[in-house]
Design a protein around this ligand. Structure first.
Ligand code: ASP
Length: 438
């Protein structure tokens, strides 16, 4: 058995967190590959190392001295090293990097990648594992995609023997230049390592005990989701749930490797398992997997008598939005009307042009625009073919006096999506959460 463990920024924030990571890794001999992020925030007033590195680069680019920021960065790592009494010569590495930085010889990607690089150096020393540089195995193609064949083969050669620690977030271009993933990209590094080594599980350690059923800023102490399928995850993240970096999923999904989201601060919690599907489920009676939503949509509704029997009306309306580059999220319709649900932010700059063009091309009887709409999604594969779920949802909302402005359900019955007024957003999520968990 092989478990790939990836620890995010909050798990790497200070010496105390390093100790927790070490206990987790060493408590299970199957945890032989460790991927780390740069140091994250220690408290809400603190800075992420990666942000400081970006800031440092911006200073040098515009010819402003970045010394105070550079000192903040280096002293974070020196402090961790000294507190853990590690024998790692950071000073000469920092001095060399600073010299190249002053000479403008360090690219932005290289500089911002150093956060994970130093994290990995220190963690390798702390665990007595080998440091394996991500630049030595993650190879990007010239178009910025990962050359998986090359990268997997390279890690297979490097990953033999004792435990290894890999810095997340970056790899190298074919000419050796450092190249980073987008922000949050250490998750991808972990997934690539898991796929390369055909791991049995990819453990992603964070500071929450898994993906939560609802946003904790809205619902008090929401339950974690024990199991979620990839399709459900997609639905949850579409509608706003902060889960995993999108690209993370692909390498492990391709290989059928389960992902387990865990909490470094509560390692005994089982967390959330993400898989294609589950043969046996911990709680088969749990109808709703998660509830999520987003504010600030607009609904453009067009009324035209006899519309249902006319051919091409919908196409004409949709092409107006297409011409303006506005993506349409949902298209609920009635007998002689159709609504387009779009993000207000996307349509606002061209709203009057869009309305004028719809008026011209399809000559509707009436056009209406409704703003301040929130879209809420109740997601769960167990809803499919189970009568009564939407009844329960709408009854609960009705009892709470929440008016529903739009309803949409996909044929796969993976979710029920509805629109409410922005001011009912939080209440609607709470009502749903309570009605399905209590
Ligand atoms: N340190 C990088 C960031 O803050 C990558 C990561 O932590 O995943 O975006």
């Amino acid at each position: 058995m092989l478990k790939i463990t990836k620890f995010g920024g909050s798990s790497m924030a200070d010496a105390g967190q390093y100790r927790k990571v070490r206990d987790i890794v060493l408590s299970d001999p199957q945890r032989r590959v460790v991927v780390v992020s740069a140091a994250g925030k220690r408290d809400s007033g603190d800075h992420k190392l990666t942000d400081l590195l970006y800031l440092c680069h911006a200073h040098t680019k515009y010819g402003v001295a970045c010394d105070p920021i550079y000192d903040m960065i280096t002293s974070r790592y020196i402090q961790i090293r000294d507190e853990l009494k590690l024998n790692v010569d950071l000073e000469s590495e920092f001095a060399q990097l600073k010299k190249r930085l002053d000479d403008k010889k360090v690219s932005e990607d290289e500089l911002v990648s150093r956060g994970e690089y130093y994290s990995a150096k220190l963690m390798a020393a702390f665990l007595d594992f080998e440091f394996v540089d991500a630049a030595h195995w993650i190879r990007f193609n010239m178009d910025g995609t990962v050359d998986k064949e090359y990268s997997y083969a390279a890690l297979k050669k490097l990953g033999k023997g004792k435990g290894i620690v890999i810095p997340g977030f970056y790899g190298a271009m074919p000419d050796g230049r450092i190249h980073t993933f987008s922000r949050g990209g250490s998750d991808i590094t972990g997934a690539l390592a898991a796929a390369a080594l055909d791991a049995d599980v990819y453990e992603n350690w964070t500071d929450v005990s898994g993906i939560l059923m609802a946003d904790p800023r809205i619902v008090d102490d929401p339950q974690p989701i024990p199991e979620v399928t990839y399709d459900e995850l997609r639905e949850l993240s579409y509608a706003g749930a902060q889960v995993l970096h999108e690209g993370t999923i692909l390498p492990v999904r391709e290989k059928g490797i389960p992902v387990n989201i865990r909490n470094t601060n509560a390692p005994e919690d089982p967390g959330t398992f993400i898989q294609e599907n589950f043969d046996t489920e911990t709680d088969p009676n749990r109808v709703i997997t998660g509830i999520t939503g987003k504010k600030d949509f607009s609904i453009i509704t067009m009324f035209k008598r006899g519309m249902t029997s006319q051919v091409g009306v919908l196409r004409k309306v949709l092409s107006v939005l297409e011409r303006h580059g506005v993506s349409v999220d949902f298209v609920p319709n009635g007998i002689d009307n159709v609504s387009l649900v779009v993000r207000t932010e996307a349509v606002a700059p061209c709203l009057y042009a869009v309305l004028a063009e719809i008026q011209q091309t399809v000559e509707p009887d009436r056009l209406e625009v409704l703003d301040h709409i929130s879209v809420i999604a109740a997601v769960g594969h167990r809803m499919a073919f189970r009568p009564g779920v939407s009844g329960k949802i709408f009854a609960a909302l009705g009892q709470a006096g929440i008016n529903i402005r739009m309803i949409n359900q996909g044929p796969d019955e993976l979710n029920i999506i509805f629109g409410v007024d922005n001011r009912d957003f939080a209440a609607a999520i709470r009502v749903l959460y309570d009605s399905f968990t209590k």
